[in-house]
Design a protein around this ligand. Structure first.
Ligand SMILES: Nc1ncnc2c1ncn2[C@@H]1O[C@H](COP(=O)(O)OP(=O)(O)OP(=O)(O)O)[C@@H](O)[C@H]1O
Ligand SMILES: CCCCCCCCCCCCC/C=C/[C@@H](O)[C@H](CO)NC(=O)CCCCC
Ligand SMILES: [Ca+2]
Length: 493
């Protein structure tokens, strides 16, 4: 049997859609298309393909009745099934195959499901963001992004910005309770890392993602707002200072290498062996609800996230469970709720989700939740090069990367990062010279190690040091359902 919720479309005759459409228009036959699951080699989620079954009826009248009733059942079933979508394609993302992926694999499925789409192939960076901020979006149920994490970030900024504009909310105010976005976002992976897709679907596969869009799946997602002076940015997968900031800054110089630029830059930055001084402050999340070391995984239908939905629906302003006084001028009366640590770090990372990706199948924080209103703060203290390599290497397998003496992880609702106030600018270079272990190869990419790093905000460089971050629970909704547990589904190999 196939649940009605997973029927994609019903067509007259004997029909094939993928890889190429073909129709044999017979009187008594009809074809039902539905979601079919299969295991994916190497990935944790399930691959979805387009299943098809042909039916033959004794008469044309009976066949037409079946088609009519099945289509009505499908139509009535899912209120979240999109009817009209706005699609942005980045023709230059990843291996530059965005256009081909959309027209050969995705558009035929949208057509089969009766979805009409308005397609914009971007001609410049930030075109999608600006469109969402300024143009008329009436009639659209969702926005589809064909590209990588950078393209998703554009859509994220455009949609959140538009929603706050319309609600009259000031995004630069870190204490503002942001309005959740009403339009859903669908991601068709066509980038270099595709971390948001991997962490919310479990595989990087355009057909799987298109099918999640077609059947109107809905996955809420936490978003971190990052504030500095009067500017703001949003992050869902990685807000990282130190190693990940340096890797990104280095990789931007080698964009021409395509997806390989991260491997090259990662190696270069590792060899530079840098660490940075900083003060990290955070507000711990309620430890009764969950822990980043509880070895659970946020899977489709996750109970921790469902309970958070109830909490956030009952107290919408509770998103992040902070008081306005937390933000004040950084000296409010709730200062005692902040935990403060100071020292030298290899990297400081904050993620709202596991951030699993093909490079790291369990992710930066394997037990993080997609929609629990919290983020995981990972502090990697300065250590010797071999220790740091061990930490990085553990991301590639199942060994616990937090089980190392120089690594800490905390579930949090807000984070502040600043430079130690007692040290004057000039003193940093002195400290760096004294405390940084000799780098093997520093000089390849920099003459002397810089005193500060930059932030990597979902793959975009933030050239600032001191930031204030807050997690907004379930601010967005994706056309996805989280990673499906392979053990709970019958599927073909
Ligand atoms: N037409 C365009 N020309 C140049 N840049 C574009 C265009 N459209 C989008 N962009 C920008 O390209 C950047 C990278 O795109 P995208 O995320 O799709 O691919 P990627 O960098 O290969 O993948 P990933 O972000 O997963 O590493 C985005 O930040 C986006 O703003
Ligand atoms: C010895 C083996 C070492 C292996 C190291 C593996 C470490 C992998 C951790 C990967 C975490 C990715 C988090 C996601 C970040 C994305 O928002 C961002 C945009 O796509 N990607 C990067 O910044 C790209 C960052 C790339 C870092 C290497
Ligand atoms: Ca979360």
């Amino acid at each position: 049997s196939v649940p009605v919720s997973e029927v994609v479309g019903v067509e007259e005759g004997r029909v094939h859609i993928l890889p190429k459409k073909s129709v044999e228009d017979t009187d008594k036959d009809f074809t039902v298309f539905y979601v079919k699951r299969c295991r994916s080699g190497g990935s944790y989620g399930l691959l979805w393909t387009l299943g098809r079954t042909q039916f033959s009826c004794p008469s044309r009248v009976l066949r037409d009745q079946w088609i009519k009733d099945l289509r009505a059942a499908v139509k009535n079933y899912g209120p979240l099934r999109p009817r009209r979508l706005l699609v942005f394609i980045n023709p230059f993302g990843g291996k530059k195959k965005g256009r081909k992926i959309y027209y050969s694999l995705v558009a035929p499925l949208f057509e089969l499901a009766g979805i009409s789409s308005h397609v914009i192939v971007t001609e410049r960076a930030n075109q999608a963001r600006d469109h969402l901020l300024k143009k008329d979006l009436t009639g659209f149920d969702g926005v589809v992004c064909v590209g990588g994490d950078g393209m998703f970030s554009e859509i994220l900024h455009g949609l959140i910005g538009r929603t706050q504009q319309e609600a009259g909310i000031c995004e630069n105010d870190p204490s503002a309770a942001l309005q959740p976005c009403s339009l859903h976002i669908g991601i068709i992976p066509a980038g270099s890392t595709d971390c948001v897709c991997y962490a919310t679907v479990g595989v990087i596969d355009p057909v799987t993602s298109a099918l999640h869009i077609v059947i109107g799946d809905s996955q809420p997602l936490d978003v971190c707002s990052v504030h500095q002076a009067l500017t703001h940015r949003y992050s869902v997968s990685l807000l990282g200072y130190g190693f990940y900031g340096d890797v990104l800054a280095e990789s931007e110089k080698h964009r021409w290498m395509g997806p390989l630029r991260y491997d090259f830059s990662g190696t270069m930055v590792y060899l530079c062996n840098r660490s940075y001084a900083g003060v990290v402050q955070y507000i711990p999340a309620d430890p009764v609800l969950s822990s980043p070391r509880d070895r659970t995984r946020c899977l489709s239908g996750c109970s921790v996230c469902s309970r958070s939905t109830d909490r956030l629906v009952r107290h919408p302003s509770d998103s992040g469970s902070l008081h306005k006084s937390h933000y004040g001028h950084f000296n409010s009366h709730s200062e005692d709720e902040w935990v403060t640590v100071e020292g030298r770090f290899r990297c400081v990372s904050l993620t709202c989700m596991s951030s699993s990706c093909p490079r790291s199948p369990l992710g930066l924080s394997p037990s993080a939740h997609l929609a629990d209103g919290t983020g995981d703060l990972i502090l990697v203290w300065n250590t010797n090069p071999l220790g740091f390599l061990k930490y990085l290497y553990r991301h590639t397998g199942a060994q616990d990367q937090f089980d190392l003496p120089f690594v800490e992880v905390h579930r949090v609702t807000a984070v502040r990062f600043s430079l130690p106030s007692s040290k004057e600018e000039g003193e940093y270079e002195e400290i760096d010279k004294q405390k940084t272990p000799d780098s093997f190869l520093c000089g390849l990419c920099c003459a002397t190690p810089p005193p500060v790093s930059v932030w990597n905000c979902d793959g975009e460089i933030l050239p600032v040091t001191e930031v204030f971050c807050r997690i907004h629970g379930q601010l967005l909704r994706l056309y996805a359902r989280g990673i499906e547990d392979q053990a709970r589904h019958n599927c073909s190999e």
